[in-house]
Structures are given as C-alpha cells and as structure tokens.
Design a protein around this ligand. Sequence first.
Ligand SMILES: Cc1cc2nc3c(=O)[nH]c(=O)nc-3n(C[C@H](O)[C@H](O)[C@H](O)COP(=O)(O)O)c2cc1C
Length: 427
Amino acid sequence: MNMEPAGSFVADEDLVPPRFRPRINEEEAYGIEELFFSRTDERGVIQSYNDTFERIAGFNPGELLGAPHKLVRHSDVPKAVFWLLWNGLKSGVPVGAYVKNRTKSGKYYWVYAVASPITGGFLSVRMKPSSDLFAQVQQLYDAALQDEADLNLSPEDSAHRLLEKLQGLGFPSYAMFQAHAFYTEFEARREVLDRPKDSVVACVDVITSNTEVFQRELAMLARKFDQAVLLITNMEIVANKQQAGQSVLREIARNYSLKMRGIEAHLETVRVAETYEGIWGVSRDQNSYFLLCAAQLMEDMNAQFEDQARQVEGVSKEQDTGFLHGLLNDYKAQSVSAVMQSVEAALAIKTNTEFLRQLILTLSNIRIACRVEMARLTDTVGGLGEILTSLDTFHSEVDAHLSNILGAADEIVKGVDQSMNGSEAVF
Ligand SMILES: Cc1cc2nc3c(=O)[nH]c(=O)nc-3n(C[C@H](O)[C@H](O)[C@H](O)COP(=O)(O)O)c2cc1C
C-alpha cells in the first residue's frame, strides 16, 4: 500500500504547485461557526470536501476533487508541521495542527485542523483558531521556518527541533500540545458561539483539577516524610545516648523509625503514576480532552452537512456522514471509558490513602508513648522535647494533606456523577 503523500499532481494552470503561484498577504475572512471538511485517500488526494472549503479556498466547483491536499499549501507553514501530521496519521492517531492555507488567488486563511485516519484514507475537519495561544504558535512557526531555511533542516529534523521548543513551553510531547491547543481553541470558539459545555468535558475538568490537587498534596506529603526521617534519626541518636536503664526510650525510637520506613514505602501506592513516551504519548486526561473536542467537532460538521447543498459530483453525503458518525462514536466511547478509569483511579487512591492514615495513626500512638516515657524519666533527655514538638507538627500537617487527598478523590467521584447524571447524557 502506497502511503506516501501524493506529490506529482499535474492539472490545469490554476492548479500549478503552490510555490510557483503568487502570494498576496491578505486574509480570506470566514465565520467562526464555519467548518471545513475534506476526505482524502491514503496519499492525501482529495476524495470529498464541503462547500465552505471550496468557497473559502476559492476553487471552482469540482476542482478540488482528485487534487492533492497540498494544493492549498502555504509556504509560511514549516515542513515540520506536515512531517508531524503524516507521522501521526501513519501511526493511526488523530492529529491536530494549526495550518495556514493558501487560496487559489494567493490569499491566506488559518485553520486548526483535526485529521483522523479512516478506512481507506483520512478525514479532516477544520475550524477557525481564535485563542491567545494561536498568536504564540505563529511565532513558533516563524522561528521554525527561519531554522529550516538557515540550517537547511530536513522535515524530520525540523519537527524534532519544534518538539524541543514545545518541551521548553511545558509540553512533553506533540500529543500533549495538540490536546491543549485543540481544547483551548475549541473552548474559545464555543464561548463566542455561546454554546453549552459538554457534560463529559466538565467531568474531565473536575478530574484534571483534582488530579493537580493529588499531585501537589502528594509532593508535600513526600517532603514532610523526608523531613520526619531526619527527626527520627535524631530521636534515635538522643535515645541511644541514654543510660542502660532507659532502654524503653531506645525501643520506642527504633519502633518509630521502622514504622516510618514502612509508611514511606506505602506512600508509593498513592502516587498518580502515568507514563507516556514519544511524540504521541499523552496523559489520559489530555487525550480525553482531545477526543471529546474531536467528537463535538465531528457532530458540528455533521449538522453543517445537513444544511449544505452538496455539490461534489459522484460523492454521497451519506458516506461522509457515516465516516463522521463512526469517528464521533469511537472518540466518545474512548473518552467515556477514560473518565471511568479516572474514577476508578480516584477510588483506589482513596482506599490507599485511608490505609495510609491508619498506618500513620499507629505512628502517632508511638509518639504519644514516647511523650509518656519522657515524662516518667527523672533526668531530662536533652533535645527530645523539641523533637517531639516537631513530630506533633508533622502529624497534624500530614493529617491535613491526607484530608485534602481524600477530599479530591471524593470531588472526582461526585463531580463525574453529577455531570453524567445531571445533564442530558450524550451516550
Ligand atoms: C486529511 C488531510 C488533510 C490535509 N490538509 C491540509 C491542508 O489543509 N493544508 C495543507 O497545506 N496540507 C494539508 N495536508 C497535507 C498535504 O497532503 C501535504 O502533506 C502538505 O501540504 C505538504 O506538502 P509538501 O510536503 O509537498 O510541501 C493534508 C493531508 C491530509 C491527509
């Protein structure tokens, strides 16, 4: 199967390769509610498209059919972007990207494109970008273009350079960036169009904000334990300096130390462990955002199909709406299952945190035993009082962190339950 992008399209004069055609630095305006649709074969040759695409790109009826999608290629888009697009599509994942396109007359228009693999090819739905992020991305593209020219970079090398820049901006992979960008653009457009927020997106919002709570609280908990280990070591040193007759204190310190290490090991079980690697590695929540926005975009596209007179000869509207339905159902199903996994993960964190709390209670009891023993001793034990006071603080702080973790787990379960049951479910 030839999966290489089509490269040798020859057509009439109007369709000469973009780099040989004049460019006009003028934007072709279109409404934020408008969506572009196109479907291609495996090489990127257009098999179907909608009125909006034809009208904005300025082609005559039927002209786009059978043309390679690079017909609208604008030279301001770095090669890196198309390398990433094809790399993702060939890996079987949907790809989102900002793309500047060129109209037949040489003007330009920007889109946020979401291309998905489908049987026999690919399908792309594009919307108008309008967020603040869009302006930043244009700067990023300008820099990438400059690098490509100055350093004579291959598309792949340029893509890796772009990925490094995205990492510098806090996106560990392209998939993490595209999810953030798509969500940002989708929400910006939704607000302009004054449409309600999707209930599952609201679930993911609750999950992401509370996952941040988990991460923050766990990091602080781990730090508190590191500090407490030092305290216990000091406690053991102090206890070991005591007379042989005061061995109870030594025993208490030893016991405290042992329990503490056991608890530290258990802390690992509460951790929110997620690993993702490579260009397409993505966290569960970010992937849900991407898929949910994609599902809604497909739904919107379908609705626009209903309103548009199709004029592509020989292409049935039903075939395209069938592809869109297939994708939207798949994306919805994947994201609902991801939400359910997050609820399960929150419940597991809750169980492990409650167990951790019990373990810490036994540690707290040893601290009380130590206080009692210290009061019983006739000689003052140098430094032990201060250590115990610090341990008191440690225990109350740890308890507050554990409460916050349990609270966040409850918020996830409650928030998802409310969002899923409180509104007209889309599933
Ligand atoms: C579904 C789909 C949609 C595409 N949409 C666009 C597009 O809107 N603009 C564009 O320049 N390239 C688009 N491409 C990529 C083109 O096929 C091509 O790779 C790109 O224009 C770069 O061409 P070049 O490498 O010959 O410069 C799309 C490809 C696919 C599979």
